[in-house]
Design a protein around this ligand. Structure first.
Ligand code: NOJ
Ligand code: CA
Length: 622
């Protein structure tokens, strides 16, 4: 039983995994670095001092809520073994496909499964070993397929079960694995289970959270997390869109249903799963109200009751035991809000929970949020990346990504003008291929696709963007400002069609696509870049090859060299092999004293210079 109170010092709270993660997360949201507490005398500050550290954002009630949270979270620190255990997925490069926006094979403006199969050779030509396919299951598409109506059926627009079986076979033929995106936290309100619940069947009502009264939790997509169902005179919980109803994982029948679904797909031959918001499946019993301040600092009101819920580790172990182990299946969990130390509980080699996870803090600068207008500073990403390199331990293996379908393009965040588009994209892949961890590429990054210059609300498609827009107007924000925020943070930036060639609709489709094509497709496209030895695309291929050829870039130790904060410099070392990576994180020239005996292996600039040019990224053999 933990007894953390107002007078416990922050440093000792941060010694336990949960204490570390909660405090680190709060500090991060306040724009402060955790090293301030763990590495300076400020660690002697008491919990109560968080009130002043937060400049008054945390009040007495929030401190009480924080203490309750800290005392309630379970800790088991993960035992470390020495050395990294080799595995295929540690050596692999993954590529995420968002089917709706990848390639339209039948000219209806919507990407589809056959379209993916037709373009597998492109993916393979990059040197990629595995694909992650975003959901393709039957869905009314309230959230582009993350709202599943039938887990054993394929969305009509996307094709048929035969198409998916063919996709799996064709991946394997090319020696690529395929993982699919399983949404286990919620179903569509049109799923048969929810429909039966609505018709009054008590068995299925117990599959969801249906309550007489809502609590104060907010949805990730704006507004309350509760929707009223007049036919039942009850409120249903939806952490996401109002058509995505949260499943009650405390009900063993729900868990068995999900395991059956997972086995169904493993039997079809998929190699594993990306598990959508899987860290949210366990919620505090009774669904107590969330503290408004803690919630908003971590992300949304109520999240302290489900970001690493009381039974999460238990359910993941059960899932692993019953489904994953028998198939030797790979998993990567989407775990927003989970910090580094508690993530070790989920992915430790001997924990038998998940293989890997995605954490997201590095994607936004400390103290900033996605829908906020701010200048992203690449330098501020580094401390968080380095922590996952150095403190996650050999017992766990990071995922290294900068882009996915839920975020504006990283290259556009770093360089909104696009002046250094090529250099920045090449820099990003240099980091991905030389850091410790499994690189996850998102479709389009390999050609340097950028954000779309959205101007009007009619051009947005994403439920989150549309909800946030409405909510902002409701709260008195004017249209211009609301549009500006969307332009900064909308997920639709990642969903414009893949640019295949300099042809109508970028060669994505022969008909008008479901969402606008970026006008820069005339230059930024696969076909053109294939011809250009200096293209982003060819740099991706070279970097992936480099990683494959040099095991030190996969399994080598990581050691950061302390220099100015404008540079990111590190060694990767394995046996006698040693590589040095030097990256200029700014758009200005920077000096770095270079030893002449280091051999340059690859650079994102064509010719030599004695200064580091804007965003220059070089790999040397030492
Ligand atoms: C995370 C997914 O990546 C996102 O696209 C989706 O909207 C939510 N989970 C809800 O399923
Ligand atoms: Ca189509």
């Amino acid at each position: 039983m933990k007894t953390i109170d107002r007078n416990t010092d922050l440093k000792s709270v941060m010694e336990s995994p949960s204490g570390h993660d909660v405090i680190a997360r709060l500090l991060y949201s306040l724009g402060l670095d955790e090293d301030l507490i763990t590495k300076t005398p400020l660690g002697n500050l008491k919990i109560r001092s968080l009130k002043s550290l937060s400049m008054g954002k945390l009040n007495d009630a929030s401190i009480d809520a924080l203490l309750e949270l800290l005392n309630s979270l379970d800790d088991e620190d993960v035992e470390d073994h020495k050395g990294i255990r080799p595995a295929w997925w540690k050596e692999a490069v993954f590529y995420q496909v968002y089917p709706r926006s990848f390639y339209d094979s039948n000219g209806d403006g919507v990407g589809d499964i056959k379209g993916i199969t037709l373009k597998l050779d492109h993916i393979r030509s990059l040197g990629v070993d595995a694909i992650w396919c975003s959901p393709f299951f039957d869905s009314p598409n309230a959230d582009n397929g993350y709202d599943i109506r039938d887990y054993r059926k394929i969305m009509e627009e996307f094709g048929t079960m035969e198409d998916v079986e063919e996709l799996i076979r064709e991946c394997h033929k090319r020696d690529m694995k395929i993982i699919i995106d399983l949404v286990m936290n919620h179903t569509s309100d049109e799923h048969e289970w929810f429909q039966k619940a609505l018709q009054g069947d008590p068995k299925y009502q117990n599959y969801y959270y249906l309550k007489d009264r809502p609590n104060n939790w907010t949805s990730f997509f704006a507004g309350s997390a509760w929707r009223y169902f007049p036919e039942l005179q009850k409120y249903g919980l939806h952490l996401f869109a109002e058509k995505q109803m949260d499943l009650n994982w405390d009900n063993p029948e729900v868990r068995e249903e999900m395991y059956d679904i997972a086995r169904f797909w493993l039997e079809k031959g998929v190699d594993g799963f990306r598990l959508d918001v899987v860290s949210f499946i366990s919620k505090t019993e009774g669904l107590p109200d969330g503290d408004p301040v803690i919630g908003s600092l971590i992300s949304f009101r109520g999240i302290e009751h489900y970001f690493h819920g009381p039974h999460l580790d238990e359910y993941l172990r059960e899932f692993n035991e019953k489904c994953l182990k028998p198939y030797d299946a790979y998993t990567i969990g989407e775990c927003p809000g989970n910090g580094l130390k508690m993530s070790r509980m989920i992915t430790g080699d001997d924990r038998d929970e998940l293989t890997q996870l995605f954490s997201f803090d590095h994607i936004e600068n400390p103290g900033k949020q996605r829908m906020q207008v701010y200048d992203f500073d690449l330098r501020k990403m580094i401390p968080e990346l380095v922590r996952w390199q150095t403190q996650y331990s050999d017992h766990c293996w990071p995922s290294v990504f900068f882009d996915n379908h839920d975020n504006p393009k990283m290259c556009s965040k770093i360089d909104p003008s696009g002046k250094y588009n090529k250099e920045v994209n090449k820099l990003l892949v240099t980091m991905q291929m030389t850091l410790k961890g499994t690189p996850y590429l998102y479709q389009g990054v390999e050609i340097g696709m950028t954000n779309y210059p959205f101007e009007k609300i009619e051009d947005y498609r994403d439920v989150e963007s549309l909800n946030v827009y409405k909510e902002l107007l409701k709260s008195g924000v004017d249209e211009k400002e609301a549009l500006k925020r969307l332009l900064w943070g909308s997920r639709d930036h990642a969903r414009t069609p893949m640019q295949w060639k300099d042809d109508t609709y970028a060669g994505f489709s022969t008909e008008e696509p479901w969402i606008q094509v970026n006008a820069n497709y005339h230059e930024v496209n696969v076909e053109t870049e294939e011809q250009d030895p200096d293209s982003v695309l060819n740099h991706y291929k070279k970097m992936i090859r480099l990683r494959k050829e040099h095991k030190a870039l996969v399994y080598g130790s990581f050691e950061q060299i302390r220099t100015s904060k404008d540079l990111f410099c590190y060694y990767r070392t394995l046996d006698e092999k040693k590589y040095l990576v030097i990256i200029n994180l700014t758009d200005k020239d920077r000096n770095y004293p270079m030893r002449m005996d280091h051999r340059l292996v690859i650079s994102n600039y064509k010719n030599y210079s004695n200064v580091l040019r804007p965003y220059e990224a070089n790999v040397y053999e030492v």
